[in-house]
Design a protein around this ligand. Structure first.
Ligand SMILES: [Zn+2]
Length: 105
């Protein structure tokens, strides 16, 4: 008399666990999708920010190069194209990086 009930209870308990597992798997899928979305948003915002920062850095480098060239014109010296160091026009090699000078002006 006890056994059939026990068996039935065991069966419904197993069924309950399967249902629970399905719900948990759905939760996991939702959490993974949410996480993937967050990674996507983070990647996108970093890309957009670095794009802006790179543009700002390029602008600053351009201004720096321009200013160094103006200085070398003022002092009648030359700028090394490899390391941007200022060198006297008579130098054959850069005093900073040691490369053969190709004076920009
Ligand atoms: Zn140099």
């Amino acid at each position: 008399m006890d056994e059939p009930f026990g068996f039935r209870d065991g069966k419904s308990e197993a069924h309950e666990k399967v249902k629970q597992a399905v719900l948990l798997e759905e939760d996991i899928t939702k959490l993974e999708e949410e996480l993937t979305d967050k990674y996507y948003q983070l990647g996108k915002s970093i890309y957009e920010l670095s794009d802006r920062k790179v543009a700002e850095i390029n602008q600053l480098v351009d201004r720096l190069v321009e200013t160094k060239i103006r200085l070398s014109n003022t002092k009648n010296s030359g700028i090394c194209v490899y390391c941007m160091a200022e060198n006297p026009k008579l130098n054959t090699y850069c005093g900073k990086c040691g490369k053969k000078l190709e004076i920009t002006n």
